[in-house]
Design a protein around this ligand. Sequence first.
Ligand code: KG4
Length: 360
Amino acid sequence: MIFAIESSCDESAVAIFDPARGLTGEWVSSQIDLHGRYGGVVPELAVREHLGALPLLVGEAARHADWPAVTSLAVTTGPGLAGCLALGIASAKALALARALPLTGVNHLRAHAWSAFIPVHAEAPARFPEQLAGLLPHAGLLVSGGNTALFVIHEDHRLELLGATIDDAAGEALDKGAKLLGLGYPGGPQVETHAAAGDAKAFDFPRALPDRGNLDFSFSGLKTSLRYKLADLGPEETKRRFADLCASYQAAVIDVLVRKAGFAIDRVGARSFGLSGGVAHNKALRVRLASLAVEEDIPFLPALPRHTGDNAGMIAFAAWADPYPEGADTLGWRIEPALALDARPDPRAPGEALRTSSPD
Ligand code: KG4
């Protein structure tokens, strides 16, 4: 079993994964209400909250853990907020020392990529390796508040980045659009709620970088175009056509994501397609991508809603399904705030030998 800790941003989380059964326990403490008051995550506050929540969550999970069966610990080393990552890593190192267990570092984004396979494993744990082999190469779309990326996981588990945003992430575009529309943070879910009553074709917002050969994204022009449109309409008309504005804006984001997902699937000859990250909550996006997968005749593997945000379930699963033999047992893990999706965490040596003095 693997006991995992995640604290990269505004959620403290712990999970236990049993390869023979799946995730046997998941604990999360969210700070979203606190940061909502400030319109975004405040790093200093996030660190304070983790400091309070992590010992409670780790303590609670530790009481449930079948310790003799736990074979290793896992922790997110990046990307994320430096102070937040440091607290998770320090907690994991303390536990590794106390329990004399190996500790592995996990790339948070790579864990999102692998989260698409958690339901596949849960359905038939014993058959997972064989099922996974039939689903690779796998094309995936990771869409969150900080990232928008298309990638492929090859047969040898190598993860290759196919394209990423060159400015705003998809979630960020929705959040910034929501702000212009006077909605709160996070904006994606609120735009979705209003969009449900609107006409997605009412306004024509731009879809950037349309070529088949280009799998990068750009959303900053979309946000600017909304700003001009709102100025044009004025407050009365904006209010009257609010649902149409939300629906058309959301459709512009979704159209680009779906179109480029199709290009990615074709380019790599994908045998499955995955969706992960916070924006994966969006129903309209899920529906469009599910039909794309039907058209492409491959399985659609969306991450479970509880694994789309920050969570430790995906960290524990990735530590098992996408192991990192070179760095399995070290206390040298350090924070890697800017770790890229296609990078491995860097397990350095724990540093120079400690200068010790012992009583005679
Ligand atoms: O992965 P995530 O929880 O965290 C960060 O990347 O920080 O993603 C949060 C993002 C936000 O931009 C939020 O607006 C977006 O996911 N989001 C949604 C929905 N739920 C969350 N976007 C569209 N529709 C939703 N239902």
